[in-house]
Design a protein around this ligand. Structure first.
Ligand SMILES: [Zn+2]
Ligand SMILES: [Zn+2]
Length: 348
């Protein structure tokens, strides 16, 4: 009898907990959709970086399109906000997408795009461009090259630096560590998605081939200021930490983990210029302890038939962290759904 009473009580609590789609801690039970836009459908391949996030309110955010998506890509749909971690070619996109071209291990490049895939998408989609360092002015010029007019500065209302989407024309703005902006779809009174910039340790040279005249001296790249990562707080409670290209730093534990509390990490993990798999393992075990991690930017053919290949960096990584964190492999064109706790719903 006592057990049955307890069962009824638990049931009542659950009913109250999820009523109106809002859980007891104020978080929504709605899901955030994350769609990788890579070079080969169903696989995680060498060049894959681009992720498209969709908040339950409909705000759509494209992160680092790179070489696998451009403005002609039918996978994009609406894009309200674009985030660029830094200006390197594999993130800003110096060559157009060539979907399915070449192999997953060695994707074939499309035609050169001197205005960058990033700016081409922003110009076509009327997106709000948020970029660290000195990149917002650079990207503004690229968008002007395409549209014939310079984009406006993105609005920033109130104490939360709010702006509403969709926009009627692209805009650009800086977002540097410590700063944040909130994007809202649904107007006054509706919940917003808060996007903050955080430190990354890497570099941020603008490739000389993408610098307009008079150009750079041979061997030099343009000054792009500082690189960054991002923390996106979605309206359902999901907090995604996008590392950008970076090495380890102690403030992953202090500022990023203790202040922002990410429950999903998109971890740029590769070889000689970002976190290697052993460093990434330490990061997951010690510095940031999310519910889920998406290994990205892996610079290898990580999967075959959508399954992790043995002997790859991603395989090494997942073998050592899977007891601590759910490893969600971002295979191209497969939309994943995350709840407010960082759990990938339907992934297992
Ligand atoms: Zn880089
Ligand atoms: Zn990179």
């Amino acid at each position: 009898m006592r057990v049955r009473s307890l069962g009824v009580a638990v049931l009542l609590v659950v009913v109250v907990w999820v009523s109106n789609g809002v859980v007891a801690n104020g978080q929504s039970s709605a899901l955030v959709k994350v769609t990788p836009l890579g070079s080969h459908a169903g696989e995680l391949c060498r060049n894959d970086r681009a992720l498209l996030f969709e908040d339950p309110t409909g705000v759509r955010i494209l992160y680092d399109p790179g070489r696998t998506v451009d403005e002609t890509d039918g996978r994009l749909g609406d894009v309200h906000v674009m985030l660029l971690s830094h200006a390197h070619t594999d993130h800003i996109g110096d060559t157009r997408a060539n979907i399915g071209g070449g192999t997953c291990a060695a994707p074939a490049a499309g035609a050169a795009n001197a205005n960058t895939n990033f700016a081409s998408i922003a110009a076509a989609k009327n997106a709000a461009v948020l970029a660290p360092g000195e990149l917002s002015g650079y990207l503004s010029r690229k968008i002007q090259n395409i549209r014939g007019a310079a984009p406006a500065a993105c609005p920033e209302g109130g104490l939360d630096n709010i702006f509403d989407v969709p926009l009627a024309a692209p805009c650009t703005a800086s977002l540097r560590p410590g700063g944040s902006r909130t994007v809202r779809r649904g107007g006054s009174g509706s919940a917003g998605v808060r996007i903050a910039a955080v430190q990354a340790i890497h570099s941020n040279g603008v490739p000389a081939a993408l610098v307009d005249t008079p150009g750079e001296a041979p061997g030099l790249s343009g000054y792009g200021g500082s690189e960054a990562g991002f923390v996106i707080a979605f309206t359902n409670g999901l907090v995604a930490y996008l590392t950008g290209d970076t090495g380890m730093f102690g403030d992953m534990e202090t500022i990023i983990s203790r202040y922002y509390h990410p429950n999903l990490v998109v971890l740029n993990m590769s070889d000689t210029v970002t976190l290697g798999p052993n460093e990434a393992i330490f990061m997951m075990k010690t510095l940031v302890r999310p519910r889920s991690v998406m290994p990205s930017h892996v610079n290898e053919q990580a999967t075959s038939g959508g399954t992790i290949r043995g002997g790859t960096r991603v395989d090494l990584f997942q073998l050592f962290v899977r007891d601590y964190v759910d490893v969600v492999v971002p295979v191209s064109d497969v939309t994943r759904s995350f709840d407010g706790s960082g759990r990938c719903v339907g992934c297992r």
